[in-house]
Each structure stands twice: as C-alpha cells, then as structure tokens.
Design a protein around this ligand. Structure first.
Ligand code: HAM
Length: 427
C-alpha cells in the first residue's frame, strides 16, 4: 500500500471544517486591520532562503527540501530550487519585485503550506500550514514605529480570542540591531570558548560562525551551559532599548499581558529588535503556536530598498490542535438541512430540480437516488445528520406538495413546493 510521505498527512472531514472555520475567522480579523491577501509560489530559488533566513540557521542548513532543476531550457537547468520553509522571505521578495510600496500596499497576509525536513512528532510535520502576516514599507510610512509592533501583538490577541483560544502566553524580547548583535556575538564567543568543547558538534560550529544560534540548540546536555550564557538585553543600544520600552508601554495600555524572555532569539537570522512567540500549554513539547518579530534589514539584504517590517506566522496545525481542546469539529460543521429522497422510478429528475431550487436558497442539500428503498433513504439521511428528509414520490409530484419529515422529532408535514425553502429555513 502506498502511504503519504513521512511527516505529511491528509486533513480529512470533519476536521477540515475546523480548518475552514479558523481560516474564515482569521480572514475577518485581517480585513478589520486592513491586511490584504498575497499568494506567493510554493517553491522559490534556494538563494532567497540562504540570504533571507540565514545559512547557519537549522532551517537552511538542515531542513530544506532542495533540488536542482532538470528543465530542458538552458536557463532552467541547474537552477537550485527549494520548497518554501517559511514565507516572510517570499513575501518580501514579491514586495521588492512588484514595487508594492508604489501601490501604497504595506500589510499582507497569506495562508498556505510550508516544508521543513524535521523529525515528525505531535504538532511537528514536514508539510505544515502557516497563517502569515507581514507589515512592511518605507520608514516614511511609519513601518519602523513601535506602534506597528504593538498593533501586530494586539491583532494576535484579538485573533486568538476570535477563534476561541484563551490560554496563551506571549513571550517577548528584543534582539537589538546588527551592531548590538555583533557585540553580543563577541561576548558569546568569549563565554563559549572555555566550555564549547563539552557541547554538541553543531554548537561547536555555531560558536565560530554565528554564536547567537547556540540558543537554538535542543540537545539536553548542552542546556546547563546555555543557561549560564549572557543575554542580549545588556547589549541593546539606546534606540533599541527605547523602541522595546515603547512596545511594552503600549501593550500595557491596551492590556495585553506578556512575559519577557531574554533568551528568545528565534531560529531565523533576519530578526532585529522585537521578537515574540505565543505558546499554549496543551501542545506539549511543540508548544509555540506562533512566532514572529521585526526584520528591518531584510528588504535590503534581498536587494530591495530600505523597508522596515514586522510580522508573524501562526502554525495552523498547532492552532487547530489547541482548538480541539475547546471546540469539536462537529460544532462548526454545517450538516445538511435536508436530504431529498426520490422514491420510485422516474423520480430522479424531479428530485434534481428540487435540489437545485433549494440550494439557491443557501440550504445545504444532499440528494438521494431513486434506486433506494424508503428504509435505505432514512438510513442515509440519519447517517449524514440531515435535519429533514424530503420525500419525492409520484403522488407528491402530482400534487406539487411534498412530505417533509423533521428527523429529530419525527414530525411530518406536507408542504407545497413554493413554501418548501421557507419551511426548511425555519429552525
Ligand atoms: P517560525 O517560528 O519558524 O517563524 O514558524 C512559525 C510557526 O510555524 C511556529 O511557531 C509553529 O507554530 C509553526 N511551525 C514551524 N515549524 C513547524 C513544523 N515543522 N510543523 C508544524 N508547525 C510548525 C517563521 O516561519 C517566520 N517566517 C515568522 C515570521 C513572519 N516572522 C516575521 N514574519
């Protein structure tokens, strides 16, 4: 038997109803904050992620699905392509490529699959879905302002509330600007020098190339050493400190609770200043429901104009997982309003006409088959949880009035065709 590849999964009904519920709610919230949808390709040139996310990150160095294009055209051949492991780099690429600032667009969202070759476990997959939002634009448009950071965090609190997730923790940090980070990296190098020999091979390499990435280490034996390392906070310059203070003050003003976590450096190199994660207790080891931060230098790193930005990505798989704690897929699933049962030869056509009429009234209609006996029709209607069954037999067609039975109460009435939709719409 052929199974889905490791780390991928089929999303099946009724769970897909929960996914659709989440996406519809999220789209409503984005509309209220004036975000516009953007859809970028699922694969991009490998260089985009190497330059955007950073060569030394786990994502780029270990987890990407990369291949060399075997296209016939000379221009395609040998091009290195990668299934997107995240979408910030792709959106910023599109922002630059289409000069989106010229159209006055600066708030984008996107929903879709991402790919990382990670060890699969609960809440961690190789194909997973992100709900991504990015605010990016020229500094003259205010995109560097701490107001944007706080607005993004307030949006997230609203969004989680809207989908029904209440028990979250917002962890907040500032990773400063590149100059702060250079000083911090130097301090880390010094602190690591005497102990790095006892750490894992990855950390030994990171200590030389990009010491900040030591904080991404998951090896349990390394954690006691990592917990003694200096934190970025003391290296923040005046501007970064003021920015961070202002973000926290606005959060206090709008009553969004947060916990400062000076070790939250996030696993992508493009971050500057504010970084954050929302965690949810019910998720176990993979407890980050979403993550994000500010990436003021990313556009320039990708060859674009100066364009400060901030954004986040929600792990939709994890969001749905934490939702199943409070809501069941059944509760958001719309069951058929009516099951139409054609009874006897020649009734299929009349039943199809009725189905078409009723669906025009925004009713959920499931259509049976004239080869079914009455008992089989009732079983089918029951199994799909229909509210009503509508009998279409010769007598009904002749009278142009149909037997409509409410399945839960057993109450049955005969309803003229013209009144059917209204009758079914009544709860
Ligand atoms: P990230 O922290 O790498 O950030 O991913 C964001 C979220 O995606 C995580 O918090 C998690 O919920 C989910 N996620 C990541 N990997 C997996 C996986 N293997 N299986 C299931 N869920 C996963 C980013 O991707 C940044 N682009 C976020 C961002 C946007 N920063 C600024 N703008």
């Amino acid at each position: 038997m052929i199974k889905s590849p490791r780390g991928t999964r089929d999303l099946l009904p009724p769970d897909t109803a929960l996914w659709n519920f989440v996406e519809a709610a999220v789209r409503d919230v984005f509309r209220a904050y004036n975000f516009h949808e953007i859809r970028t390709p699922i694969f991009e040139s490998t260089e985009l992620f190497a330059r955007g996310v950073g060569e030394e990150t786990d994502i780029v160095s270990k987890e990407m699905f990369t291949w060399e294009d075997r296209g016939r055209a000379e221009s395609d051949r040998g091009q290195s392509l990668t299934l997107r492991p995240e979408n910030t780099a792709g959106i910023v690429r599109a922002y630059i490529e289409h000069k989106l600032w010229e159209r006055g667009l600066n708030k984008f969202f996107s929903i879709g699959p991402m790919f990382r070759r990670e060890r699969p476990q609960k809440g961690r997959y190789r194909q997973f879905y992100q709900i991504d939002a990015e605010v990016i634009g020229p500094a003259t448009a205010g995109s560097q302002s701490p107001v944007r950071d706080a607005e993004i965090l307030e949006l997230l609190a609203t969004l989680l509330d809207r989908v029904g997730i209440t028990k979250w923790t917002l962890e907040l940090n500032s990773v400063g600007c590149p100059a702060d980070r250079a000083k911090f990296n130097e301090a880390l190098r010094q602190a690591l020098a005497p102990v790095v020999g006892k750490m894992c091979a990855d950390c030994q390499r990171r200590a030389v190339t990009n010491p900040l990435r030591v904080f991404d280490c998951k090896v349990p034996e390394d954690q006691p050493i990592i917990s003694t390392l200096p934190t970025i906070t003391q290296f923040l310059d005046e501007a970064c400190r003021t920015h961070y203070e202002e973000v926290k003050q606005i959060l206090n003003a709008v009553q969004i609770p947060y916990q400062e976590n000076p070790r939250l450096v996030r696993g992508l190199d493009y971050y500057q200043k504010t970084t954050f994660e929302f965690t949810h207790g019910a998720l176990g080891a993979q407890n980050a429901i979403l993550g994000g931060g500010r990436y003021d230098g990313l556009s320039e790193a990708l060859g674009g104009p100066a364009a400060p930005g901030i954004g986040f990505a929600i792990g939709e798989d994890r969001l749905v997982l934490s939702l199943t704690e409070t809501a069941s897929a059944e509760s958001v699933l719309r069951k058929p309003d009516v099951y139409i049962a054609p009874l006897g030869a020649g009734m299929n056509r009349e039943a199809a006409r009725l189905a078409r009429e009723l669906r025009r009234h925004d009713l959920v209609v499931d259509l049976g088959d004239e080869s079914f006996r009455i008992k089989k029709s009732f079983e089918a209607a029951d199994k799909m949880g229909a509210r009503y069954i509508l009998i279409v037999g010769e007598n009904e067609v002749a009278a142009d009035a149909f037997a409509l039975k409410h399945l839960a109460s057993g109450e049955q009435v005969t309803v003229p065709r013209a009144e059917l939709a209204q009758r079914i719409l009544q709860k």
